[in-house]
Design a protein around this ligand. Structure first.
Ligand SMILES: Nc1ncnc2c1ncn2[C@@H]1O[C@H](COP(=O)(O)OP(=O)(O)OP(=O)(O)O)[C@@H](O)[C@H]1O
Ligand SMILES: [Mg+2]
Length: 250
């Protein structure tokens, strides 16, 4: 079966259980939401899926084949791409070079990497930014460039770590439309980590809720919206980012 999945995945940091027996599956063409309060383990999960963090238990597999022990660049070549919570572009390089460098890193010739980079910027609708120095972009554009870079080489899966953080309503809506197109037009399997739970409920086919490293709920948006466990998990935390979440839960 075609999917990226974890089986009883666990990560412990010197006694702190960041993830405990997490089962999750991301499917081509679908958007899977991953939500949970600050420190729930969301980024740690993406780090394990992309080879940046070794698990202390359990396994990651793609289409039935284990990915255990592979390095980040090897996982990227297998078609699993990500963005980072902070963007992480090459700030001194023009936008198009940021994408081209990734294509070259994946083994393309410079000419074909350049052509794919240009086509990708066009597909996203940001061709006008191609010669801008990445470090000078407003962060809404920076995020879209980071997503474009992750899509170079046509990955089967893309993992987005808080792509809408700090965006206004209209900016987040525009980003939502892009994420939807990644799933429907590219057939990519998307994992979307977001504190903007309204956005996640609107966009995702399936949602997984983490709290203190454990999956406390999974299901379609309606089930999450009305879940007492989810509401309770967010109520137990004082962080400001978690407060608006309670407003969109039933
Ligand atoms: N390298 C590390 N060493 C030690 N502890 C870590 C490390 N990385 C994460 N942690 C801890 O693991 C837990 C999960 O962190 P993680 O960053 O995965 O949470 P998160 O759900 O992404 O949070 P946020 O919503 O704030 O981004 C936290 O308690 C965090 O402090
Ligand atoms: Mg995080």
């Amino acid at each position: 079966m075609s999917q990226l999945s974890t089986d009883k995945l666990s990560v412990a940091f010197a006694g702190l259980k960041a993830l405990s027996d997490v089962d999750l599956a991301i499917k081509p063409g679908q958007i899977t939401g991953l939500i949970g309060p600050n420190g729930a383990g969301k980024t740690t999960l993406v780090n394990v899926l992309t080879g940046f963090q070794a698990p202390t238990g359990g396994a990651v597999s793609m289409n039935g084949t284990a990915l255990t022990g592979l390095k980040p660049h090897q996982i990227r070549r297998k078609g699993i791409a990500r963005t980072f919570q902070g963007g992480r572009l090459f700030r001194d390089l023009p936008v198009i070079d940021n994408l081209e460098v990734t294509g070259v890193g994946l083994g393309q010739s410079r000419a074909s990497a350049r052509a794919e980079a240009a086509a990708m910027l066009d597909w996203i609708g940001i061709s006008a930014l191609q010669n801008r120095i990445a470090g000078t972009l407003p962060y809404t554009d920076e995020r879209r460039v980071a997503i474009g870079r992750a899509l170079i080489g046509k990955p089967a899966y893309i993992l987005l770590d808080e792509p809408a953080a700090g965006m206004s309503g209209p900016e987040a809506a525009e980003l939502s439309a892009l994420i939807k197109r990644i799933a429907t037009e590219m057939g990519c399997g998307v994992l979307l980590i977001e504190h903007n739970v309204g956005l996640v409920l609107n966009l995702c086919d399936h949602i997984v809720v983490l709290d203190s490293g454990m999956v406390i709920e999974t299901g379609p948006p309606d089930a999450i919206r009305s879940s007492e466990k989810v509401r309770h998990a967010y109520m137990g935390t004082a962080a400001e980012t978690n407060l608006p979440v309670l407003e969109v839960l039933a």
